[in-house]
Write a protein that binds this ligand. Structure first.
Ligand code: COA
Ligand code: AMP
Length: 638
């Protein structure tokens, strides 16, 4: 019997008691004066007046409780062949020594630190070292190139940057240092120092006076036993800032506080993911995404579980059996990845032959998130793994599952296409475009969460309270707008169908078409452009650019396309996966000049579309269809 309904009802009846009980899982330096203060912050603040330290809760207290020799973190890197296990004691020494290096360079409580790292253990150590000294970290995904990195360094006003000499992707080594130096050149704000981890695959030159060698500095601090203690921070102080795509090229700095975040994550580890202290949990994501923050680093360590940092791909490193090898070798209890990874595995190993080669007896449950889990992939995984498969829905802003089949509380019947029921702490509604509650189950509308958001969700955007209010709270007063469209069925299962803004989801990566449009528009041959997401069987969605050429543009369409693709890779990163640019005579617009991206998307996806009544000239839509067909024919004949 699932405890879900009873637990949700308990939260509804007495939310204060629910969160007070959950907060017992955390060690506080000073208790809170007010559990929730509706007058603090933009919509209220949790655990006001409390003092705590997230790094202390993730490391020191487990050591004090006798877990020092337990493995805390495993770095498994099939792409380099490296495997290294760190006990809680060892992680503590790495982190407390790096905290010393940071403070030696003048980084203090409240100073933001950008972390631009590949999937190495030092990325997690860097996050924890920042948490230790109360310096909010801002991790930038290693797949982003200079421009995206620069935007973040500039917006956050980084006091220091922690980075590495290179990242490694299948078949190529990516030199990070030129990207980092290029980004710093683009900024008006310059960080005081860069701490660079030299990787043996490709070392880099250090800038004298600014750069320091990560390993040398940390080892020196360790040798001298100069370990920095945790500082007390307010529960409401920022632990981190994580930039996420907005509708424009200016990403949004999602702020996460210390206290509420710890309480929410610790609660989710047991009740949602079913993980106990001492067990191994693995999220095969990247520290550059929210999944990496919540479920590679903080969630598992906060409860004294073992976590895995995986540097590799679901296929090709070396084969479609990598996931099963790791699950079997490290006795992973619960595993979390994106549906796209499963689609990649299914393509390579449709009969699941690799799965049968490994002993998965310790493995209990597969968790999927980051994009819609298509029923076919879920069923394939259930069939081949013979384990429960749990889809769950949340976002960078929220930090942990809003909707799930709560494995830890006891599974409810599976409903394909739905991430599940609503988790305690959240009251989710569907509103129509006028902001009215949709009463009839199954009616599609805007998915919103009733305020206040529970502990652990974003209190605001970095240095941008007004933008936070405008982007999330203003359209539907009293609610947080998720910018997802969906419905709730008669049994309370939520279905997420699409975004209501210009964000697309490419292989589980959240990307802004607005940011891509800004880069496409910089091409000298382009008069105007639109980037939309089109369906892709592997990645869910991929971007497709539509451009109108300047009169007199001399290059061929192929040449222009190639240059635009290269420019997106250089400025945003290869991860944007823009592979197609279509030349059109005109873009479809409303009479007020707004580009009709949603209609273009339907045409490109061969879906049903109707001519919008506001369109200026309906003939443009046929032109779009024809240009796309022509571009697709060109790809086939090539
Ligand atoms: N650093 C530098 N480049 C990176 C990168 C990183 N951290 N991550 C991806 N890239 C590059 C890739 O090398 C690739 O470059 P290419 O166009 O030159 O080949 C490009 O960005 C696209 O990468 P990716 O999205 O990984 O696509 P892929 O075709 O290489 O692999 C999958 C497809 C499905 C295997 C892969 O997307 C995947 O594992 N997805 C899971 C994503 C995930 O876990 N998301 C987190 C949400 S929970
Ligand atoms: P991110 O902030 O990168 O985690 O992306 C969040 C967005 O990804 C959500 O707003 C959804 O659009 C989408 N998403 C994430 N998980 C799911 C899921 N389980 N089902 C459907 N969409 C999802």
């Amino acid at each position: 019997m699932s405890r879900y309904h009873e637990t949700y009802a308990n939260w509804q009846k007495n939310p204060d008691k629910f969160w007070e009980d959950a907060a017992q899982a955390i060690d506080w330096i000073k208790p809170w004066n007010k559990l929730f203060d509706p007058d603090a912050g933009v919509y209220g603040s949790w655990f006001v007046g409390a003092e705590c330290n997230t790094c202390y809760n993730a490391l020191d207290r487990h050591i004090a409780a006798g877990r020092g020799d337990q493995i805390a973190l495993i770095h498994d890197s099939p792409i380099t062949g490296a495997l290294r296990k760190y006990t809680f004691n060892e992680v503590y020494e790495e982190v407390a020594a790096l905290a010393t290096v940071l403070t030696d360079r003048g980084v203090r409580k409240g100073d933001p630190v950008v972390i631009y790292m590949p999937m190495v253990a030092e990325a997690a150590f860097a996050m924890l070292a920042c948490a230790r000294i109360g310096a909010p970290h801002s991790v930038v995904f290693g797949g982003f190139a200079s421009k995206e990195l620069a935007t973040r360094v500039e917006d956050v006003k980084a006091a220091a940057i922690i980075s590495a000499s290179c990242g490694i992707e299948p078949g190529r080594t990516i030199a990070y240092k030129p990207l980092l130096d290029g980004a710093i050149d683009l900024c008006t704000h310059e960080p005081d120092c860069c701490i660079i981890l030299q990787r043996p695959q490709l070392e880099c030159d250090l800038v004298e006076g600014r750069d320091i060698d990560y390993r040398e500095a940390v080892d020196a601090a360790k040798a001298e036993k100069r370990f920095t203690d945790c500082v007390a921070v307010q529960a409401t102080d920022p632990l981190y800032i994580l930039y996420t795509s907005g509708t424009t090229g200016q990403p949004k700095g999602v702020v996460r506080d210390n206290g509420g975040h710890m309480v929410a994550l610790a609660w989710s580890m047991g009740n949602e993911f079913g993980i106990e202290p001492g067990e191994t949990f693995w999220a095969a994501s990247d520290v550059g995404w929210v999944v990496g923050h919540s479920y590679i680093v903080y969630g598992p360590l906060l409860i004294g579980a073992t976590t895995i940092l995986f540097e590799g791909k679901p296929v090709g490193t070396p084969d479609a059996g990598t996931f099963w090898r790791i699950i079997s070798e490290h006795k992973v209890r619960s595993f979390f990845t994106a549906p796209t990874a499963f689609r990649a595995i299914k393509k390579e190993d449709p009969d699941g032959e690799f799965i049968r080669k490994y002993d998965l007896s310790a493995f209990r449950c597969l968790f999927l998130a980051g994009e819609r889990a298509d029923p076919e992939t879920v069923k394939w995984a259930e069939d081949k793994l013979r384990k429960p498969v749990v889809d769950h829905w949340w976002q960078t802003e929220i930090g942990y599952p809003v909707s799930q089949n709560p494995y830890g509380l006891g599974l409810l019947p599976q409903r394909y296409g739905s991430p599940g029921v609503i988790m305690p702490g959240f009251e989710v509604h569907i509103l129509d475009d006028e902001g009215r509650r949709v009463e009839k189950p199954g009616t599609l509308g805007n998915v919103v969460i009733k305020l206040p958001l529970p502990p652990g969700c974003l209190p605001t955007l970095w240095n941008a309270d007004a933008r936070f209010f405008e982007a999330y709270l203003s359209e539907f007063p009293g609610y947080y707008k998720t910018a997802d469209a969906g419905f709730i069925d008669k049994d309370g299962y939520l279905f997420i169908m699409s975004r209501t803004d210009d964000i697309i989801n490419v292989a589980g990566h959240r990307l802004s078409t607005g940011a891509m449009e800004e880069v496409v528009a910089e091409h000298p041959a382009v008069a105007e452009c639109a980037v939309i997401g089109i369906s892709d069987p592997l990645k869910g969605q991929v971007p497709c650019g539509f451009i109108v050429l300047n009169r007199g543009a001399r290059q061929t369409e192929e040449e222009i396309e190639k240059e635009i693709i290269a420019s997106i890779r250089e400025k945003i990163g290869a991860v944007a996966a823009l592979k197609k640019v279509v030349v059109v005579l005109r873009l479809p617009k409303t009479r007020s000049g707004k580009i009709l991206r949603a209609t273009m998307q339907k045409i490109a996806n061969n879906g049903e579309w109707v001519v919008p009544p506001t369109i200026d000239d309906p003939d443009v839509l046929d032109e779009i269809g024809r240009a796309l067909d022509e571009r697709n024919r060109r790809a086939v004949s090539a």
